[in-house]
Design a protein around this ligand. Sequence first.
Ligand code: SF4
Length: 421
Amino acid sequence: MNVTHSKPSIAFQTFGCRLNQAEAEGWQHALAAEGYPIVPPEAADVFCVHSCAVTEPAVREVAKLLRARRNRHPSQKLIVSGCATELLGDIALDLRIPHEQKGEWLPRVRAFLSALPPKTPGETPTVTLEHRRTRAALILQDGCDHFCAYCIVPHVRGKPVSESAERLLKQAQTLFANGYREIVLTGCHLALYRDPASGMDLIELLRRLCDVPGEGRFRIGSLEPCILDDTALIRLIASSKGRLCPFLHFPMQSADDTVLQKMRRRYRQKELRHVLDTVCSTLPGCGLSADWIAGHPGETPQAAETTLAFVQAYPFTGAHVFPYSKRNGTPAATFPDQVPQQEILARAKRLRETAKDQQLAQLRRAIGTPLSVIPEQRHGEVRYGWSAERFRCQLPADYPRGECVTVVPSALEGETLIVTS
Ligand code: SF4
């Protein structure tokens, strides 16, 4: 679509976690509502990057992108925010908004945009936000004070701060009223959520969210295991009649007690087993994914085997395997028992292969089972969408985009369940 406008056009690129994605989406929506055209990067007057510093390669990726844009589009204004803002050295940027000032992002960017010279009205292809997303994100909290040995997040995001439950409940109602059928609940460490006024925890908040008027479902984002009463949480999902997606993503990182201790995680394998046994008995068929770190300092070959055997023992439907990457400023970076890089990569590969086998086995089990899917973008004669369990599904294109439909997959192609009618 081409529209005539005189406000500067803006493009966004977001790196890192779901929380970063949700923050940037909120800013995009706010600027779009104020009449700023949101466009593809090549067409933008202003390019906003929301950065991630979780690993050093992540910071390098942001720096590489910004240098390339500076060289290829010298007149484009560059705005950078997020955790890597202070780590980008001498790259010529027009506006830097470090993480601790992100609450000021909108007023600072508005002031920056209004100070730009007026634009000659012209034709720019706009990407209409409403056509890009079927899911909305609700940010419950930010920050973490757990200081795991490998993690830079508490150093850059600061102490946990939670959003008011009252505001969240109202926002959820508005999002459903605006047509979103899935709301992803996200945060830096969701299990630390506490309503500032009442001290209400995540489980109680979820109970209240289940009663919010409107049609749609909630998906719980990445959740640290064994911090809350996971058994109560799993029962709540099971009894929510689909209001809470039967999907859990746990950043488990390792299943070996020695490594978990070195990582300064607050659980051991026994507690993980208890959580997963409860999932299997109370929520059979639940989507179950996990993060794993391969080759953390102190991980012996035996410890790597322990994690591998653990992954094989449970019906995981997905995995993010991260080869350990030294992050300066974290205790783990100084541990003496670093694993050689080649060995880290080899362990990550094995873990990915094992997790993939598990995933495919679970997806095959889903063939012939009714799934609740929200169809998304059309690609020719088909659409893709995600089930409540977070299985990727391919459907005929005549299924309505953005509406929740019940379908029965009849086949599996790669990692995608195929629905033919
Ligand atoms: S719980 Fe650990 S891994 Fe998660 S954000 Fe906090 S410090 Fe990082």
